[in-house]
Every structure is written in structure tokens, then in C-alpha cells.
Design a protein around this ligand. Sequence first.
Ligand code: NAP
Ligand code: GDD
Length: 368
Amino acid sequence: MKRRKKALITGITGQDGAYLSEFLVGKGYEVFGMVRRSSLPNTGRIRHLCGGSSPGVNLLQGDLADSESIFRIVMEIRPDEIYNLGSQSHVGVSFKEPEYTADVSGIGTLRFLEAIRMFNLEKKTKFYQASTSELFGKVREIPQSEKTPFYPRSPYGVAKLFAYWTVVNYREAYGLFAANGILFNHESPLRGEEFVTRKITRGVTRVYLGLQDCLSLGNLDSRRDWGHARDYVKAMWLILRRKKPEDFVIATGRQHSVREFVEMSAKKMGIIIRWRGKGLKEVGIAYKIGRPEIDIPEKGRVKEGQVIVRIDPRFYRPSDVSTLLGNSKKARKLLGWKPEVSFGQLVEDMIVSDFELAEKEAREKSVL
Ligand code: NAP
Ligand code: GDD
């Protein structure tokens, strides 16, 4: 019988970890996930893959800030593939916890690459690094490709830059199969609620049902190249299928502002927004209310003229990335990868899922 390939995923409890583990289980892999200790369960996104008599995913205790746990896991599993998705992944938080971010998102990658060398797995283990469009930061070129110079704008971006070059260096110095996927923003109903897209879809659906008055946001004019996480985890796997390790930009090639994300989300709920005022005084008003575009009962609580978006300076960053737009021609050509989900479908997927959550919450609070 053919031996099943072993994949080890760090960050398995996160958005991408959940989609990737489902994808790899579907491909017949034996999947192992490194999970860090938390005071409350943090495995909600992968619960369906962990239980039962033949679990799809096996969990192991470890932390990217702890070399020994990493060495023990790599020695025990001797994985064929490592997907290093674990990270302090919030850019805003990285300004508040720069040292921790550097340790986990920067040095954490080095710890794994050293573990591969320490156990003589250079010829066996392929390594995928969750690199990021944040590396481009204050962009030097539009759109950004594998050849665009980097200019990170946050402690997170700088930590990921260290990880990026460490991967390149270990590939060149020791012949490791190690590759960076430079992924542009990707979202889904499983996205953490503190990232702007999910904050918007959670907020708009809750405002609709009267569970909150309005949504507070920071920079509405930031532009991002947003794709769907389900499409992007497939690219990670394809990157490790190549004969030679190389780095790839993964992006849709289309860009929208945070403001447009809000407008599209509200429109799905039948609300047309108009913006009034400038800077910190700017507000988003429910200008017109019609039929929702998604299949839900028309029982919204929003009134025409109601302020549903406000600006809160707490959500501004000391230095922000104002625009990102990816050129993924290389991935399309060499990996045969392309995004399947459009921007409109992504927003709809998130709104539908968050409306269900909001409805449940409203029922529990007897608002409905
Ligand atoms: P996410 O939802 O925030 O998940 C991050 C994961 O890292 C979680 O499983 C988290 O565990 C884990 N983690 C955090 N600190 C850790 C530590 N000290 N030791 C071990 N694990 C730790 O992030 P994501 O959106 O899935 O992104 C996956 C990766 O891709 C990250 O490295 C991110 O920086 C990178 N990336 C993301 C995007 C994007 O748009 N989503 C784009 C480019 C690159 P807990 O559940 O315990 O918190
Ligand atoms: N989080 C957040 N919350 N962002 C806001 C808000 C808000 O209330 N209001 C405006 N924004 C703006 C941010 O200033 C930023 O310009 C943009 O919305 C996107 O913010 P996030 O959704 O937090 O994502 P990000 O682009 O900073 O980082 C994400 O994408 C990177 C890839 O480019 C994360 O997933 C990173 O881990 C990833 O590397």
C-alpha cells in the first residue's frame, strides 16, 4: 500500500489553516497541526476534522516562540511537507507588540528551517512560508510582482521580510526545498473578526438587525487586492508541487477600497450608502433602503437617514499601506493557478454567513 504523505501545518487553527487542512485531508494526506496553548479552546474552525475514530487532523502542542517544541514535533513527525502559516498576523497589533511579532512571525520561521537541518531532512521535507503582500508596503511599482522591491511599513511587514529572506537563504545555502508564497489579502467567512472585511460584514449584518447602532472604522481609502482564502490555499499546495522551489505572487489583479467593501456589503442587505463630511467627521448614511440582494427576510431595523458608519482614529495605523495590487502572471503560467471567486461573490459569501450568525444572536437576545 502506498504510504500517505505527512503534512505539518502551523497556524492550523487560523483561517488559512482550516481551509488548507480540509484541502489536504481531501487529497489523502495525513495532516498534523501545531497548536499553541490557550485558556479557551481555539480549534473551532477545524473541530469537524479533529474528532471521531479516524480523525483527519492530529493536533500537537507547540509554539513558534519555543524552539524545543518545534524540534520535538519535527523529529517525531518527519513531515514530507511543512506549511508555516502560524504568525502574529494582525498588522495593527504588530505596532503594539513589535518584539513578540518579530519573534513569532520572523524568528519562528528560522526555528523551523533549523529543525529541518538538525534532523537531516533537507532532502525529504518541503517547506512553504506564508509570505505576504505587506512586504511591498509603500509600493515601488504597480502592480506588484515577484520582481518588485520590498518596502515594509509595519513591524509585521519587517518580521515577514526577515522570514522571506531566511527562506531564500536556506534554499541557496543548504539546498532546502523552501518557497515563499507572497499572498495578497484573502478573506472568507472564517476570517478573524478584527480584520477589516470581516469586521464590516459582521458589523453591517448586526446593524441591519439592530444588534449594534453603527460600525466604527479607520482608513476607508486603503485599497487592497482581495481574494477568497479557499482559492489561495490551493496555490500553497501547488507551489510545493514544483520540481524546483521558487517564490510566487498570488493575487486576483483587482483592487477595491475599504469604502467600496462597505458599500458592497450594505448593498447586499438592500442599503444604499451615501458619505457625508470629511476626515474624522465623515459618516456613512443609509440613504435608501430597498430589497436585500441576498435571500433573507426583509426585517431590517435600519431607517433611512441613519448613520451606520463612523470614523474612529483608534483604527488608524502609525504608518499604513495605502494600496496593494498584485501581478500573479508567474503563478498563472507555471502553477496553472487562477482565482475562482470574484469580489462580489466573496462579499456575498461573507455577508450570508454573517447574517446567519447575527440572526442566531438576535434570536437568543429575543430581538427578533
Ligand atoms: P490567522 O487567521 O490570524 O491565523 C494565524 C494562526 O497562527 C492561528 O492559528 C494562530 O493560533 C497561530 N499563531 C499565532 N501565534 C502563534 C504562536 N506563537 N505559535 C504558534 N501558532 C501561532 O491568519 P491567516 O489569515 O490564516 O493567515 C495565515 C498566514 O498567512 C499568516 O502567517 C499570515 O501572516 C499570512 N498571510 C495572510 C494573509 C491573509 O490575507 N489572510 C495574506 C498574506 C499572508 P491561535 O488560533 O491560537 O491564535
Ligand atoms: N483591521 C482593520 N480594522 N483595518 C482597518 C479598519 C479597521 O477598523 N479600518 C480601516 N482599515 C484598513 C487598514 O488600515 C488597512 O489599510 C486595511 O483596512 C486592511 O486592514 P486589515 O484587514 O487589518 O488587513 P491588512 O492588509 O493590514 O493585513 C492583512 O493582509 C496582509 C496581506 O497584505 C493580514 O491578513 C496580514 O496578515 C496579511 O499579511
